[in-house]
Write a protein of this length. Structure first.
Length: 591
């Protein structure tokens, strides 16, 4: 068992400015957090306060300052109001006069329940630091105290931050730590458990069918498996915050905790539960890959603007590859389930035309303006760095294994990245990442990166899988319909075109997203009926499609194309060689 190390608590000094936040929620149904910031020993004539515009782990400028209201400042000793003004969208400036003790008060509207935002209602208060707290320029390394004032004495407080002697008070070593430590406050259930001699906690909010004992047992397996890969756990204690909601899905990693959101009744069905455990494996894997092994562009966070990197494919995509592998290695599911899940990922990839348009490095760089801002053309113009990064990581893993008879793998890359960059938290460059992979692979990968990371060439999945006795099977259903190339959805009694694939018959005919589909060959058709109607035609047939385009009736001629694969399966080849069989067993275990 690993020895538990006592948590080292940073202290507030008397000579430098002291920063103390108090977060109250006296009327939680109003969705308003009431925040009081006290700053003592302040020596300057002005005090600048800035609110982050994004939060690490979610690469989108979210403009958290838009939720602030009722901002005021006064002298803590005399209660005299101080003049303050807003300098920019996230920047307030206060005229201090001669006071060295300041109190700033404001309220934050919190009614968005995601892992990246803040939410307050009659049952709980949840917040990410980026959505609630200012930083003081020049004081980013100063310790910060946070006192929580619950509306009810029965409300519990869960956070990864260590506590101070003052009741409900916690200490962050610096602003980065504060931003990286979410709080769950309320009527949630708390479950304590140990892994490798270190304390862990689940804080579970919301009603649902999660089975805590089973969840903890499976989480322990995940933690142990990932710790084995890296050689131990890089923290003293860890917190899992789980929100059970109506239909949510997502996670956000932090250095000593993570937040998970999942469908409240998604824990009993085996496939849905496996998907949740993949989410746990993904966010927990991040405590190494991205929280400590991180791109140079994310080594020091700039909270006021985008932090660009071309390496998110490794930070997120490689993590996605491991969230498939880790449950397999723990025995949570078997190799058949793994291959089924891999087939689904490959299906999503091949059904996304944007893979032919956007490179993986460009997808990483453009996360700030594309991934979270989807539109009707997104599937035509972009590819997720999660998805393609996962498949590129698969190719690299199999390439390394094949070259070295499974004595080396992507695991060795992750360990080397941990030793070289993660333990010291020195950001890596794209060149250093490639060099590390090449060192483990024992081969120059310049051509590989040019084609599949910086280029848009089709991934050699079939060729690489064959080395492991597997093949990629394109499946066209027996009753497959001719290819039309558009998705239609019923809304309020109308049939709306939601997506038109590039170079498809629908696109060539001139159909656009947000057109209203009316009829095919003069007969009304609904989204539900569309596939059945197409069964009456063959590829090459010309049909007349009636649509309203911006309220103007259009009759368009369209030539149907051959049916397209609707899914891809990863299956074993017939009569594999001994080498192929051995490769597969060494990669996935018993198959």
């Amino acid at each position: 068992m690993t020895e538990v190390i006592a948590i080292e608590r940073p202290t507030l000094t008397k000579t430098s400015p002291t920063i103390h936040y108090r977060v109250a929620m006296p009327q939680p149904y109003s969705h308003l957090f009431e925040v009081t910031l006290t700053v003592n020993n302040w020596a300057s004539s002005t005090l600048d306060l800035k609110m982050p515009v994004w939060t690490p782990g979610s690469y989108l400028v979210r403009e958290y300052a838009r939720h602030i209201q009722d901002f005021s400042a006064h002298n803590s000793q005399t209660s005299k109001p101080l003049i303050s003004q807003k300098v920019s969208k996230n920047h307030w400036q206060i005229a201090v006069e001669e006071s060295s003790e300041l109190t700033i008060q404001y309220r934050v509207f919190a009614n968005e329940l995601t892992v990246r935002t803040c939410h307050l209602d009659a049952t709980h208060g949840f917040f990410n630091g980026a959505g609630l707290f200012f930083w003081i320029p020049g004081q980013e390394k100063q310790a910060i105290a946070v006192t929580i004032i619950p509306p009810d004495a029965t409300w519990k407080i869960s956070t990864a931050l260590p506590s101070l002697a003052e009741i409900n008070t916690f200490i962050a070593a610096d602003f980065d730590t504060l931003i990286d430590s979410p709080f769950e406050i309320g009527q949630h259930e708390i479950y304590e458990f140990d892994v490798l001699g270190k304390p862990h906690q689940y804080a579970i909010w919301g009603k649902g069918n999660v089975q805590p004992e089973k969840l903890i047992k499976d989480t322990q397996k995940i933690v142990e498996t990932e710790a084995k890969l890296y050689g131990g756990l890089p923290y003293n204690r860890y917190l899992f915050i789980l929100h059970q909601t109506s239909n949510g899905f997502g996670g956000l990693e932090h250095k000593n905790s993570c937040t998970l959101i999942y469908s409240r009744f998604g824990f009993r069905d085996r496939d849905k539960y496996n998907r949740f455990l993949q989410l746990v494996a993904h966010e927990f894997f991040h405590l190494w890959n991205v929280k400590r092994i991180r791109p140079q562009a994310l080594e020091n966070f700039d909270y006021e603007q985008e932090n660009y990197t071309t390496s998110l494919w490794f930070s997120e995509g490689t993590t996605s590859y491991y969230d498939l592998l880790i449950p397999l290695r723990t025995g949570i599911y078997n190799s058949k389930t793994f291959l089924d899940l891999l087939g689904k990922e490959i299906t999503r990839f091949f059904l996304t035309h944007g893979r032919k348009v956007q490179s993986l490095s460009e997808s990483s760089f453009d996360a700030w303006i594309k991934l979270y801002r989807r539109d009707a053309n997104s599937d035509n113009s972009q590819i997720s760095y999660y998805l393609k990064g996962e498949l590129v990581s698969l190719l690299l893993d199999l390439e390394i294994r094949s070259r070295h008879q499974n004595t080396r793998s992507l695991d060795d890359v992750m360990r080397q990245m941990w030793q070289q960059f993660g333990q010291t938290e020195i950001g890596f460059t794209p060149q250093q990442l490639q060099a590390t992979i090449e060192t483990i692979a024992g081969v120059d990968l310049q051509d590989f990166f040019a084609r599949y990371v910086d280029g848009t060439e089709e991934l050699p999945l079939q060729k690489t899988l064959e080395l492991f006795g597997l093949t990629l099977k394109a499946v066209i259903e027996s009753e497959a319909v001719p290819y039309l190339g558009m998705r239609v959805q019923s809304e309020n009694g109308k049939e709306w075109v939601k997506f038109v694939e590039a170079n498809s018959p629908a696109r060539i005919a001139g159909i656009d997203p947000e057109d209203e589909l009316l009829a095919i060959d003069g007969i009304r058709v609904s989204a539900e009926q569309l596939n059945d109607r197409l069964k009456d035609y063959r590829s090459g047939d010309i049909i007349q499609v009636a649509v309203f385009h911006q309220d103007e009736l259009k009759l368009l001629s369209l030539q149907l194309a051959d049916p397209q694969p609707n899914r891809y399966e990863v299956v074993r080849i017939d009569n594999p060689s001994n080498r192929q069989q051995q490769n597969l067993v060494n990669w996935l275990g018993a198959v």
